[in-house]
Design a protein around this ligand. Structure first.
Ligand SMILES: [Zn+2]
Length: 426
């Protein structure tokens, strides 16, 4: 029995040594093929399901340049733009905050991120590779893909120096892995609650409150998404007030649980009675609108598009932001209240459930300097959920209100179907 145990141990050690040798051997052969100069990574963000980055090399390279994820067996081309000027060659994945590498689509395996130079000589093509040194503060990033068929991948992006070649590198390790208990796919935020009922409207003697309707639809949506296999975090599940910030603040939860998207559910209202209703989807700054359009199309089928033209980007898609004047006003208010003014960037989204959830991508600013407001501990995070705020329709437009009251499941279905269409869950 003891002999068998020793034998098993020896076999384990030999196999283990071989595996370790093979991996480090692979890394070395890749790095040995790279040039002496390396690119410097200067920026990296993960916004929702997309990784964006940019970097430069202190040399003007000609020929065809591309960014690749490479191992000994394959090479995956990454959409990127290269520019050279003033003695530098720089790359950039996307000018949109939610652009770049779609992390959900990467295949399992270990890859090194390299810049590839394709040199054409007559009819012959030769290649040079450059490794990349991570100059940002974020040397190790971790990302869990959205649950599909009960499965998730874990992506580790690690930056290091190889001891043998003394070269800097960035590697992507992608393995199947269960979601940890504290990681969720998506956050659903039912607007208002508790002592804050939001807007209200009286119809045939009954008062309808926004906070009750948003909760009802949010809970139906949670069921729909869980039926699709998604892990859903709610900011509230009962009629309670949720603070915006602090450890379990409404704007903090989406990032606290590493969710990829945050959807806030609201109902619109204006003074008096509206003569139109319809959906308004509020979006972060500087994004591709594919997901927003999917949401608007599906919810629009239930209530139509809002006719409101202020802040409209496209049919049903809206963006409200701080102008220079707004920043000045806010600053003066802060000073009048005896507070230290926040560092508000021009163009920052006005709605806190968009601005604060998006971290650096959306110019979040609740950094704790004013105790009255609390702290969004992810205000300067480079990895955050991608937030949307859905004004599903108008509570003070009778036709919309009757749909909220009589057919709340239609709204839950429209949102759940949008998520399925955009992210291909099932
Ligand atoms: Zn609201």
């Amino acid at each position: 029995m003891k002999k068998l145990f020793v034998l098993i141990l020896v076999v384990f050690l030999i196999v283990g040594t071989l595996v370790v040798t093979k991996i480090s051997f692979k890394k070395n052969t890749l790095l040995e093929q790279t040039e002496e100069n390396n690119f410097d990574l200067n920026e990296i963000t993960i916004f929702g399901t997309h990784l964006n980055m940019s970097g430069c090399l202190n040399l003007e390279l000609t020929d065809t340049l591309s960014l690749v994820l490479k191992n000994n067996d394959e090479e995956i081309n990454i959409d990127s733009t290269f520019n050279n000027k003033d003695g530098q060659t720089c790359f950039n994945l996307s000018n949109k905050n939610n652009g770049g590498i779609f992390l959900e689509e990467l295949k399992n395996g270990d890859y090194m991120l390299l810049v590839k130079q394709t040199i054409k000589n007559n009819d012959k093509e030769t290649y040079k590779y450059y490794s990349i040194k991570n100059n940002t503060d974020y040397k190790n990033l971790e990302y869990y893909t959205i649950t599909r068929n009960n499965k998730n991948n874990k992506i580790n992006i690690n930056s290091n120096v190889d001891k043998k070649t003394n070269k800097n590198y960035i590697e992507f390790k992608i393995n199947e892995s269960k979601l940890p208990n504290d990681v969720y796919d998506i956050t659903i935020d039912a607007g208002h609650g508790g002592y804050d009922p939001g807007s209200n409207y009286v119809l045939d003697g009954t008062t309808y409150y926004e906070s009750n309707i948003t909760l009802k639809i949010a809970l139906l949506l949670k069921d729909r998404l869980e039926d699709m296999g998604l892990k859903v975090k709610m900011t509230r599940e009962t009629d309670i007030n949720v603070d915006p910030y602090g450890d379990m603040g409404r704007a903090v939860i989406p990032n606290e649980v590493n969710s990829k998207y945050s959807l806030s559910i609201h109902l619109n209202s204006d003074y008096g009675t509206m003569n139109y209703g319809g959906v308004e989807v509020y979006v972060p700054n500087n994004i591709d609108y594919d997901f927003a359009k999917t949401l608007v199309n599906n919810i629009g089928e239930v209530v139509g598009y809002s006719r409101k033209s202020t802040d409209r980007i496209d049919n049903g898609i809206y963006f409200t932001y701080f102008s220079k004047r707004d920043i000045e006003d806010s600053k003066n208010d802060m000073i009048d209240e005896g507070n230290k003014p926040y560092d508000i960037k021009e163009g920052a989204p006005y709605m806190y459930m968009i601005r604060e959830v998006g971290g650096v991508n959306t110019y979040a600013y609740i950094d704790g300097r004013n105790e009255d407001y609390g702290l969004n501990k992810y205000y300067n995070s480079i990895q955050t959920a991608e937030p949307y705020l859905l004004e599903l329709g108008y509570i003070n437009y009778k036709s919309d209100l009757l749909k909220f009251v009589n057919n709340p499941e239609k709204f839950a279905d429209a949102i759940a179907n949008s998520i399925n269409e955009y992210l291909h869950i099932s």
